[in-house]
Design a protein around this ligand. Structure first.
Ligand SMILES: *Cc1c(COP(=O)(O)O)cnc(C)c1O
Length: 227
């Protein structure tokens, strides 16, 4: 089941990229394994997938030692500053930096362990109160503080699409993340290569709007809801 789901997902990701006149290889798949037991994660690993995302530190720390060491782990959920010390040396990319305070804590830890930490800044493009993240208008100001931290590498922006079935609304949110990224690039003369956007219900739209990383759980591990 997982194997077939991954095959179908890969095809759909590639098709969406081509539809937007993009090279299929420009979209990376992060398999979201929250609530998924280790044996099922290993099934996806055995299909050749190596990039996995967890959203809770405790759950990640339980699974980490039980899985192969060549997995690239991403943290995609809200991170509390007091948990930074547990994950700083194990996570390759943190998608969910949502405050300058968290960035400063990551900087402290990175300096301590002598390692750079790669991050994305989370932006709340939908304005939904339940979501973490900088506001689209505020993120540039915070970026200017965060880019001064020598051990943090900001690779781009991340957003969670709006809770809606309406494709127009989803598309607007993803487009706004891309515009926000381009503004930061221009204002600061930097390059932000990554846009982490798109989940099971909206990844095709996200890819059409420029996503470079889709975070996918349900359509691989849960009940398939292919339309
Ligand atoms: C759970 C989760 C996902 C994956 O969502 P699916 O709809 O299951 O694909 C992606 N991003 C974040 C931040 C999540 O928490």
């Amino acid at each position: 089941m997982i194997r077939e789901n991954l095959k179908l997902l890969t095809e759909r990701v590639e098709t969406s990229a081509r539809r937007a006149a993009r090279e299929p290889g420009t979209v990376k798949i992060v398999l979201v394994t929250k609530n998924i037991p280790v044996d099922r994660i290993r099934e996806a690993y055995d299909c050749g997938f190596r990039v996995f995302g967890e959203n809770r530190v405790q759950e990640f720390l339980e699974k980490f030692p039980a899985l192969p060491s060549d997995i690239t782990w991403h943290l995609i959920g809200h991170l509390q500053t007091n948990k930074v010390k547990y994950i700083a040396d194990k996570i390759s990319l943190i998608h969910s930096v949502d405050s300058v305070k968290l960035a400063e804590e990551l900087e402290k830890r990175a300096a301590l362990i002598g390692r750079n930490i790669r991050v994305l800044l989370e932006v709340n493009t939908s304005g939904e109160a339940s979501k973490f993240g900088f506001s689209p208008d505020g993120v540039a100001g915070s970026f200017s503080n965060i880019k001064a931290l020598p051990h943090l590498e900001v690779l781009g922006l991340m957003t969670i699409g709006p809770l809606t079935e309406d494709k127009v609304t989803s598309r607007e949110a993803f487009r706004s993340l891309k515009v926000t990224k381009e503004k930061i690039e221009q204002n600061f003369g930097v390059s932000l290569p990554e846009l982490s956007m798109g989940m099971s219900g909206d990844y095709e739209i996200a890819i059409e709007e420029g996503s470079t990383m889709v975070r996918i759980g349900t359509v691989v591990f849960g009940l398939p809801r292919w339309r």
